[in-house]
Design a protein. Structure first.
Length: 304
């Protein structure tokens, strides 16, 4: 088992290395996309800071309230203008790089298929339907891994880092207490991901088999009709499609329990942070505005 684990790790590293090599011509585009994703990730924590600061202005005298409310309103407008440019730029750059990657992968994959020996096509896994499904689906999956996932990772890291920095600057003691809950949230999310792993791959294989049956039946429809095998073909196709449905029910049940438990943990953490923040305000360790700011950043990071 240890040898298999080492082999899987090496295989994963080789896949990542090959993806980076295939994506090499788009590295400048990806760097610009990562910059836009980092800026997009910083928008939510900054919005939380603006929101907590705006709420704090309601406790000020009338003259100061009017002055500060105009200032924070202008900050909201500025943040909105930045979002108008940053978010479309992020998606445009990553989609541009992903589209070029899909084109390159499909061309390479099809060239490898064409040069295979005749016996390779006798395998049912290498039928015309399965090959077509892989050419259309696998390239898009690789694009989502190399482009969409990278965009999401950069954006999430930016959100977490900026949120933590703002919370630490506001009140580092309360921020440290709130951050101590994050390992529990991460552990729960990891456990849920482990439970969900493998379902998508099995369903994809079953749908490929169903696609192969449909493609072969349509391509040889005269033979099917001459043997009156329509009902048998339909029954085989239906059986191949029933497997993913059962897996979907199981996946939905596990996801529902996992997400429910996740939200229960989050609300418990919110309750504890509210209580600790109230104690800090009561003892004079923190101000109301600081508690609001740390709590807002906690909401942003936990939902991230």
């Amino acid at each position: 088992h240890e040898t298999e684990g080492v082999d899987d790790a090496k295989s994963g590293k080789n896949v990542i290395r090959r993806l980076l090599y295939l994506h090499k011509p788009e590295i400048p585009i990806l760097l610009l996309g990562c910059t836009a994703a980092a800026a997009n990730g910083a928008i939510l924590p900054v919005f939380g800071m603006l929101l907590s600061s705006a709420i704090n202005t309601f406790y000020e005298p009338p003259q100061q309230l009017r002055k500060d409310s105009v200032f924070w309103a202008e900050m909201y407008v500025m943040l909105g203008v930045i979002s108008i440019f940053v978010i479309p730029l992020q998606y445009a750059l990553f989609n541009m790089a992903g589209g070029k990657l899909i084109e390159r992968i499909r061309a390479v994959s099809f060239s490898r298929v064409v040069y295979q020996e005749i016996g390779w096509f006798d395998d049912p896994l290498n039928s015309s339907g399965a090959i077509g499904s892989r050419l259309s689906g696998d390239a898009a999956s690789v694009k989502s891994i190399a482009g969409d996932v990278l965009s999401l990772i950069v954006q999430s890291i930016s959100t977490a880092v900026v949120g933590i920095v703002i919370a630490m600057i506001s009140n580092w003691k309360l921020a440290c207490i709130v951050l101590s809950f994050l390992p529990c949230v991460i552990a729960q999310s990891y456990a849920q991901t482990r439970l969900m792993r493998g379902f998508g791959a099995d369903a994809k294989e079953m749908y490929e088999q169903a696609s192969t049956i449909a493609t072969d039946a349509i391509g040889n429809i005269r033979t099917v009709a001459s043997f009156c095998a329509e009902e048998k073909i339909i029954e085989n196709y239906r059986k191949k499609c029933e497997g993913p449905v059962r897996q979907g029910v199981r996946q939905g049940a596990i996801s529902g329990v996992g997400y429910g438990f996740s939200f229960a943990l989050l609300f418990c953490f919110y309750a504890i942070s509210f209580y600790v923040g109230a104690r800090f305000v009561h003892n004079g360790t923190a101000e109301v505005g600081q508690v609001f700011r740390v709590r807002t950043e906690q909401l942003v990071d936990s939902n991230n």
